[in-house]
Design a protein around this ligand. Structure first.
Ligand SMILES: C[S@@+](CC[C@H](N)C(=O)[O-])C[C@H]1O[C@@H](n2cnc3c(N)ncnc32)[C@H](O)[C@@H]1O
Length: 237
């Protein structure tokens, strides 16, 4: 998308708000790979997904600076504010151990050097109560939570996307939504020049794996760097 069209799209979508605008700027000033943050359009889409899915629990693999986490937590806050039954069972019918509490996003960041930057942005945000930010490897730590999720945002190491997906899938409630980011990898997935690049290989393997996986329905949204929407089929489908 060219710059003019991108500005048009942003201008006709929900604004990101001052706090996220400042976080995105700070992310790009103070971190090396600032572009990894979701940004305005994808952030609004993540919030929209949360408001449509109304999850009790969300899992995020890869917090980075906290941009996407705050967007999803904004959705949780909105849902909680308009929910008449906060003590309901988790969507999908499976009772969660803490289902009577506020909805929550569990977000993992493996790089402990990000903590000094990210934690204050999360804790000073208006949605801090909805976020449980943990430094650690989601691959080993997420299954230990003992929680079933209604939504997951997979945005970790592209080389391990298949393994990451296979870790997340058993943690999902039926009908849950997994969003996987960067699944077109700047178009490299169809560029033979990148066939030896490990991250491109990881994404290609992931896309092939998902295509063949009959446990889920899937659609790749060709926005930004590619976002795959994966719905976990209830067992009867
Ligand atoms: C693309 S960035 C995340 C961006 C963020 N989700 C957003 O949209 O604003 C990917 C992050 O995932 C982290 N990461 C990679 N593998 C991980 C894992 N197994 N567990 C937790 N974090 C991981 C990386 O350190 C990096 O900070």
């Amino acid at each position: 998308m060219n710059y003019e069209l991108e500005q048009y799209v942003l201008h006709h979508s929900e604004p990101e708000g001052d706090y996220l605008y400042r976080l995105y700027r700070a992310t790009n000033i103070h971190t090396i790979h600032g572009r990894m943050a979701s940004g305005h359009l994808q952030g609004r889409l993540l919030k929209m997904f949360v408001m449509m899915q109304r999850p009790q629990y969300i899992l995020e693999v890869g917090t980075f600076s906290g941009y996407s986490a705050i967007c999803m937590a904004e959705g949780l806050k909105e849902v909680a504010a308009h929910s008449t039954n906060n003590g309901k069972q988790a969507r999908g019918g499976e009772a969660c151990p803490a289902a009577k509490g506020v909805p929550r996003l569990f977000t993992f960041e493996i790089n402990d050097e990000m903590e000094d930057f990210t934690r204050p942005w999360i804790e000073n945000s208006p949605v801090a109560d909805f976020i449980d930010f943990r430094i650690g490897d989601a691959m080993t730590e997420a299954p230990k939570l003992g929680v079933k999720f209604d939504m997951a945002f997979v945005d970790g190491d592209k080389r391990n996307y298949v393994e990451m997906y296979e870790m997340v899938l058993p943690l999902m409630n039926p009908g849950g939504i997994i969003l996987a980011d960067n699944t077109l990898w700047d178009g490299h997935v169809v560029d033979p020049a990148y066939r030896h690049d490990q991250q491109t290989q990881g994404i290609r393997q992931f896309n092939d794996h998902i295509r063949e996986d009959e446990r889920v329905e899937k659609v790749i949204l060709p926005m930004r760097d590619g976002l795959t929407i994966i719905r976990v089929k209830p067992r009867t489908e």
